[in-house]
Write a protein that binds this ligand. Structure first.
Ligand SMILES: [Zn+2]
Length: 229
């Protein structure tokens, strides 16, 4: 029985943290400096935005992970992709610019996703409150069953984030393979030999949110356990 539990635990860990580790590995693998490339991630983002007639969309550096912020209308790139000259930097920059293009065109999938993600703020706040309260409930009620129920409710609520990101994956794939890859090929920003690497990076970029949402599921559980013990 303990062996089964250990295997189950390992499978759960692999399921929850595996995707994020894979995404990070792919980005790191193709993050090597390539002086022969025409520009950094930020330079390419600026160029592609200008080409798409979006001069008002800004390009900024961030420490919170690569993303497009629809409120600020800003393409934000992590330092290694903002200032880096690598296949990963170029592909990630093109991916984030594609979200700005989806937004500017008001594409249905992007707008639907925007609404869904905005509503996620409530879900997250509610889940955090439930999870934060569970140790207190346990201390006051002394009921492990109630504690377990609270924990489950919190994690299930957070699971909604995973589902939302899975449902909106087509939008991510459009950014990567419907827009970014054709733009990279058309503009000859990468040589033919770099395309397979760029495809791996674009796939990883598409899965970023699903992977991150999965990883927070267990992070929160661990955090509550820390509070309790
Ligand atoms: Zn994306």
């Amino acid at each position: 029985m303990p062996i089964l539990l250990a295997i189950g635990g390992l499978l759960l860990l692999a399921f929850v943290f595996g995707p994020q580790l894979l995404v990070r590995r792919v980005l790191a693998k193709h993050g090597a400096d390539r002086p022969d490339l025409p520009g950094t991630g930020a330079e390419l983002a600026r160029h592609l935005l200008d080409e798409a007639n979006l001069p008002s969309v800004t390009v900024e550096q961030t420490d919170t992970g690569d993303h497009y912020d629809p409120e600020a209308q800003s393409v934000r790139l992590s330092p290694q992709h903002h200032d880096g000259r690598s296949v990963a930097a170029v592909a990630v920059a093109a991916h984030e610019v594609s979200h700005a293009v989806q937004h500017a065109r008001g594409e249905t999938a992007f707008m639907r996703r925007l609404t869904l993600v905005r509503q996620l703020g409530w879900v997250e706040k509610l889940a955090s409150a439930i999870l934060l309260l569970s140790p207190i409930v346990f201390a006051v009620m002394k009921s492990p069953a109630l504690f377990g129920l609270e924990l489950l409710a919190g994690v299930l609520l957070l699971g909604i984030r995973v589902v939302v990101h899975i449902v909106t994956l087509p939008d991510e794939f459009d950014a990567s393979f419907g827009k970014a890859l054709p733009a990279l090929v058309r503009g000859r920003y990468l040589v033919a030999g770099d395309i397979p690497a760029a495809q791996s990076v674009l796939k990883a970029a598409a899965y970023t949110y699903v992977a991150a949402a999965l990883a927070t599921l267990l992070d929160v559980v661990r955090w509550v356990r820390m509070l309790r013990f």
